[in-house]
Design a protein around this ligand. Structure first.
Ligand code: ADP
Length: 317
């Protein structure tokens, strides 16, 4: 809808991949102008001549113009919807195809690394294989993210619903980032109410959301920063919050933060790695589990990301 409201027709055409004359904005302007001209003409003709035939002719003209313009608008949208579907299918097929060779690369590198333990390769060779392995892991994450995005866009993302110990997920995620947190002198604190109830959701997807929020807080917090994680209970939900005193998000870009591929301008100078897919996936996953995700952020001061997830007890009723 934002594209349709965009008054810059050239930009609208570029976004939609159509000619300027085919953009909804241009067609609506034409429709408006034609309607005004014909209505004015109808008024004058009706005043000057007592001719019902002329009025019927003019009204038919208005209807014909509306039909032609409407048909062109529908055609443009059908074309866009078709292209969008093709794009999602392409991403899905390409990601599936990439998974097999990627897995093979990772098996082979693991095999070579096991040879190092037996002393068959040198330290330098081990380092190179470690690097290949690390790149393979990164690419696997990217491919998995692209697959999830394609599934979300096609409405095929499957979310399990079962009781999950979210506190255990946080501890696991914390343990996984502990070496990088230590290396960067970041203080990470987890504060939970004594007994957090089980939540109702998909354990793997919840871990993915928590990992993404953790990694973002670590990535976008400068050395010696502080990260606070909290679990609280509110009504029939558990609320997860992660607060950092990092680089924050510029106010004018905050409304786009959950958009696919969006990365704010300010992080480029601190940290260039990332795809802008994590929060888009997180939002869809949390909402499919019956929760909400939201944040507060001030540039150069920090951010707090929260999500809610239903408590298992209630959902099982
Ligand atoms: P990625 O981190 O791979 O770029 P995400 O979808 O996880 O993708 O995040 C999208 C963008 O939101 C980031 O690029 C960054 O601009 C902003 N962002 C997310 N979390 C934080 C945070 N804790 N502090 C500052 N900016 C953040």
């Amino acid at each position: 809808m934002r594209i349709v409201n965009d008054l810059n027709l050239k930009r609208q055409a570029r976004h939609l991949g159509v000619e300027v004359w085919q953009t909804p904005g241009f067609l609506f302007i034409i429709l408006g102008v034609v309607a005004i001209i014909i209505m004015t003409a109808t008024f004058y003709i009706a005043r000057e001549y007592d001719s019902p035939e002329a009025l019927i002719l003019l009204e038919s003209l208005v209807v014909a113009v509306i039909l032609i313009v409407g048909n062109t608008v529908i055609g443009t949208f059908e074309q866009i919807a078709r292209l969008n579907k093709m794009k999602s299918e392409f991403v899905s097929v390409a990601s599936h195809q990439l998974r097999t060779p990627l897995s093979a690369i990772r098996w082979e590198t693991e095999l070579l690394l096991s040879k190092f333990r037996k002393g068959s390769i040198s330290e330098k060779q081990r380092q190179s294989i470690e690097n290949i392995n690390a790149m393979g892991i990164k690419m696997t994450h990217l491919v998995n993210d692209l697959l999830d995005v394609a599934r979300i866009d096609q409405g095929r993302l499957i979310i399990k619903k079962e009781p999950v110990d979210i506190s255990a997920i946080i501890k696991e995620a914390l343990a996984e980032v502990s070496s990088i947190v230590k290396a960067r002198n970041i203080e990470a604190v987890f504060d939970s109410e004594k007994k957090t109830p089980l939540v109702f959701g998909d354990p793997e997807k919840l871990k993915m959301v928590v990992d993404n929020l953790f990694n973002n807080s670590v990535k976008y917090t400068t050395n010696h920063g502080k990260i606070e994680i909290k679990l609280t209970k509110k009504d029939s939900f558990v609320i997860f919050s992660i607060k950092d005193n990092g680089v924050g998000i510029p106010a004018e870009q905050q409304e786009r933060i959950f958009n696919k591929f969006f990365r704010s301008d300010n992080i480029v100078k601190y940290q260039t790695e990332g795809t802008g897919l994590g929060l888009y996936i997180a939002k869809n996953v949390v909402e499919q589990m019956g929760g909400k995700i939201w944040f507060d952020s001030v540039e150069n001061l920090g951010s707090i990301f929260n999500f809610s997830i239903p408590i298992a007890r209630r959902s099982k009723k």
